[in-house]
Write a protein that binds this ligand. Structure first.
Ligand code: SF4
Length: 282
């Protein structure tokens, strides 16, 4: 029986990251130098393409003496970054995902209506810093155990938004801790559509196939999380950075192979992995 290889519909980059990559490549083709604060996505292949095209990554804008344009990445930035770029005389190329812009807007509206903002998300993540930076005194919560540690004793009105790529189960656990502690809680589900589809697919596909392959960088938290969930459903789950990481012995006696990829993995790497899998001996 020929082997069946099923690629998850949600595999790979979301439209926000693809859009940011295209903006970066177009900018690189212009004459002005372009700088970016940090890598565009956690994927070495993408980073290398952008670097070869001429977009330079800098750690900070302070005293960097940069000229040209600053590219704001898909997960956005705090207003302070825009201010610094303006002061430095840099032109702004805003590749912030429109869905992240929406989260910023919700955060500002909540603050304007007197809600103390809580951002559920990972500490130190640029998207979370950018959301929290929209208002004064936002509280960031990464897990339910932080509710007691970080929440002030008396809070009447709390508004909650979520990092676009958060895991829904974590959000639900945090909300369950928050509800008994505050008088009025307003929650807006800001996990984005592509993330939800990704999370749904990874909960079903691994149990339906003999072997599961997850394509993406080991430095991508999102890809490693997919591998973790996949391993819970199917012990024959393997993560590879690209086609060169595949090992023939993983697929012995397999009839069905499922493939997915982290939100930072580009299509050309997924295509190469699919081609290599199709060439496996029966
Ligand atoms: S993960 Fe969602 S919010 Fe983030 S860039 Fe992609 S589509 Fe936009």
């Amino acid at each position: 029986m020929p082997r069946e290889i099923i690629l998850a519909r949600s595999a790979g980059q979301c439209f926000g990251v693809k859009r940011a990559f295209n903006i970066a490549m177009e900018a690189a083709a212009s004459e002005d130098p372009v700088v970016m604060l940090g890598d565009i996505v956690h994927n070495e292949h993408v980073v290398q393409r952008i670097d070869s095209a001429g977009v330079k990554v800098v750690e900070d804008l302070d005293g960097s003496g940069q000229q040209g344009a600053l590219l704001v990445r898909a997960h956005g930035a705090a207003p302070e970054v825009y201010r610094k770029a303006e002061e430095a005389g840099l032109k702004l190329l805003d590749a912030t995902c429109p869905l992240v812009h929406e989260i910023h807007q919700v955060a500002r509206e909540m603050a304007a209506e007197g809600y103390r903002l809580i951002v559920i998300g990972d500490h130190g993540h640029d998207e979370v810093i950018g959301i929290a930076g929209q208002v004064e005194d936002a509280i960031i919560l990464a897990g339910p155990e932080e509710v007691q540690e970080r929440l002030p004793k008396r809070l009447r009105k709390v508004g909650v938004v979520v990092q676009s790529t958060q895991n829904m189960e974590n959000v639900q656990r945090i909300l369950a801790e928050l509800v008994p502690r505050v008088r009025e809680l307003r929650y807006v589900d800001t996990i984005c559509g592509p993330t939800k589809t990704h999370q749904r697919d990874i909960r079903t596909l691994p149990s339906e196939v003999d072997v599961m392959v997850i394509v993406g960088s080991f430095t991508s938290a999102n890809t490693c999380r997919l591998t973790e969930i996949s391993l819970e459903k199917n012990p024959r789950s393997y993560q590879v950075e690209d086609a060169s990481g595949l090992a023939g012995e993983w697929f012995v006696d397999s009839i069905t192979i499922g493939v997915t990829a982290g939100a930072s993995t580009p299509d050309w790497i997924i295509d190469e992995v699919m081609e290599a899998l199709e060439k496996l001996p029966d």
